[in-house]
Design a protein around this ligand. Sequence first.
Ligand code: ATP
Ligand code: MG
Ligand code: MG
Ligand code: MG
Length: 341
Amino acid sequence: GRPRVLLLCGGRSDEHEVSLASARSVLAAAGSAFAVTPLVIGRDGRLLPEAASRRVLCTPVPDTPPDALTATGALELSALEPGAFDVVFPLLHGPFGEDGSVQGLLKLLGLPFVGSDVLGSAVGMDKGMMKAVFAAHGLPQVPYRLMTRSAWRRDPEGVLASLMDFGLPVFVKPANLGSSVGISRADDPEGLREALETAARYDRRVLVERGLARARELEVGVLGNDAPRASVVGEIRYESLFYDYSTKYTEGEAEPLIPAPIPPELAARCQALALEAFRAVDAAGLARVDFFLAGGELYLNEINTMPGFTRTSMFPKLWEASGVPYDALITQLIALALEAR
Ligand code: ATP
Ligand code: MG
Ligand code: MG
Ligand code: MG
């Protein structure tokens, strides 16, 4: 019969809705080639029963919050029995999904899964660890500093003084998140204070980065395990101050240019750096690697080991433009998950 795929989505992070959107696209596309069982993880971490999960995913705009549907009241681990599925697609973004925690559980259960293993997921999700690994590999990045929430709360004036050498603007980010949740651009000292407060609400560790002025944003898709391939390079254009949550997910706010209008040598360098970044964190299956181009310099921004995966998300669009349409992309990811490494 068709391979049995467990599609995990939703999840406990602030990217819950983003994950559901990706899962709706995958469920609609993969339903004929694979026997797909969707399983929605509620914001509280509970698994919805299969029927409720299907309802959440098949309703185009769910006006009923998942939690209002009959939840089982306990994590249905029985759904994750070894052998119950041929492969799991953990289409989860952010903490408790993209950070190695779910990957660890699946590994323990002996279930093959799409995407990076525990290490690659954890290193890719944590911007502090990710940047340290990129630095060890000599990859070009903006200057940054990592600090703990407790240090900020203990001595805010000292922290602010220690950040003066960065100049302004700076970007302040929770170490573990995505979709720009908790990220602010600070243009003055008062803004910096607020930005640190905001980021510290989301995570125990906070990252401060030198802000690049008028940076162009380039993205590359990577597909494969030990012999990964890079997609064509894409660019994102938008009018807002930066590529924040509403710019990312409001229809018409961000325009993808695929391929990016950049010289071929620069595109080749992006692709090479994307593959280096992928290997540096020991990613597998898929990743989207993001860059900034500012003042003629190329900077590696980050890697996303489970990028947005709707039909119109950047990662699938990059592969579509590279000769791998959406349905084939899903088939390849499942094959990569099952490949002996
Ligand atoms: P994703 O949704 O891609 O996972 P994320 O939440 O991990 O995003 P980043 O990619 O680190 O967040 O940053 C989000 C956006 O903030 C960037 O796309 C860019 O617009 C802006 N930004 C972040 N850091 C900088 C910087 N150092 N200089 C200029 N702009 C920045
Ligand atoms: Mg990210
Ligand atoms: Mg992300
Ligand atoms: Mg990003």
